[in-house]
Design a binder for this molecule. Structure first.
Ligand SMILES: [Mg+2]
Length: 348
């Protein structure tokens, strides 16, 4: 089938957290074909991503044939090369992710099967989910068996508040549960070193984004300090090229690519291949949302799906309807064609 139209839209969000997200949060990409099949993708890049898709990517995509995963991978390479002077990372790659996911949705729908089947079939029928956010108790009551709490080194947050949150989570979820902390780039080497000592009794699974993503050497040096807790990160890295740098620097003990930002499923598959070669586990950022979830379901190397608090608590923007919900702490993609979700047109 040939691509006949491409259109990106920035939805009317009501509940986006004021920050960079206000202007550059997630976009919807719609790809039409001469076969009548339509693919929908979810990318990043906000109002800038919309312009990149509608002006540049659209003219590159029109009349291209999409009949196989190889066609999608070749299209990814073409868009990457053509956008390279301004792309590679950041907003342009977030936008390219939306195109790549729309093409996967399109091809799976044309073949009348779910995306995880397109990728080779389910390796995991049920995926352990974890709840990200500050409400440790509420998530446990909802049935979650694993949990990540935030700790930003700012304001009143200090060593004591981190230890108290870790103790509470460990007590709520039990001795064997995976408990993690997300520092969102707010710790430094000194804080991480002291935290590793103070938090060691709570046996946390990982410390996430302790430093900024460009400080690969700094993170690599902290891996031994944090052991057996892993230094995790990667939601702010892009493509297999970016993760190859992480691998070369031996910077992270667990990788967290965001499939709607890092270059879609095409980049996600390449990143997972690198991770498998390096023996590094992969747990995609926001992996309980269908874009990462289908990849996890089809993968022998990625698992453990993140369910972010904005997907647990209401009120929230429901852009995608029919999203799978975690049950008793586990989640699975539906077997509907494509990604199996419906776009809420009222938000466009
Ligand atoms: Mg994070």
């Amino acid at each position: 089938m040939k691509i006949t139209e491409v259109r990106a839209v920035y939805p009317n969000y009501r509940y986006v957290v004021p920050s960079w997200r206000t202007h550059f949060w997630q976009i919807v990409v719609r790809v039409e074909t001469d076969a009548g099949t339509v693919g929908l993708g979810y990318g990043g890049g906000g109002v800038a991503g919309v312009e990149i898709v509608n002006r540049h990517f659209r003219e590159l995509l029109l009349d291209r044939d999409i009949n196989s995963l190889a066609d999608i991978a070749a299209t990814w390479d073409y868009l990457y090369e053509q956008s390279l002077p301004y792309g590679r990372k950041g907003l342009a790659m977030m936008a390219l992710s939306g195109v790549d996911l729309a093409l996967h949705d399109l091809l799976a729908k044309a073949e009348n099967r779910p995306v995880y089947e397109l990728l080779g079939g389910a390796q995991n029928s049920s995926i352990l989910a974890y709840a990200t956010g500050p409400d440790s108790e509420a998530y446990r009551e909802l049935g979650f068996r694993a949990h990540k709490f935030p700790h930003r080194w700012a304001g009143d947050a200090d060593y004591e508040t981190a230890a108290a949150a870790a103790a509470k989570a460990r007590q709520l979820y039990g001795p064997d549960a995976r408990i993690m902390v997300d520092c969102y780039m707010s710790w430094d080497a000194e804080v991480t070193t002291r935290m590793a000592d103070i938090l060691s009794e709570y046996n946390l699974y990982w410390y996430e984004d302790v430093l900024t993503p460009d400080d690969l050497a700094g993170q690599a040096a902290l891996r031994a300090v944090a052991e057996p807790t892993l230094i995790a990160g990667g939601e702010h890295e892009f493509t297999h090229f970016g993760f190859a740098d992480i691998a070369r620097a031996d910077a992270l003990g667990l990788w967290q690519p965001d499939i709607t930002w890092c270059g879609g499923i095409t980049a996600g598959l390449r990143i997972i291949d690198l991770a498998r070669d390096a023996g590094i586990p992969v747990s995609p950022h926001r992996g309980a949302e269908v874009w990462g979830l289908h990849l996890i379901a089809a993968s022998d190397w990625a698992d453990f799906a993140e369910c972010h608090s904005d997907h647990i608590r209401s009120p929230r923007d429901q852009l995608w309807l029919d999203e799978p919900e975690p049950e008793d702490g586990y989640i699975a993609p539906s077997d509907e064609p494509g990604f199996g979700v419906t776009l809420n047109e009222e938000m466009l």
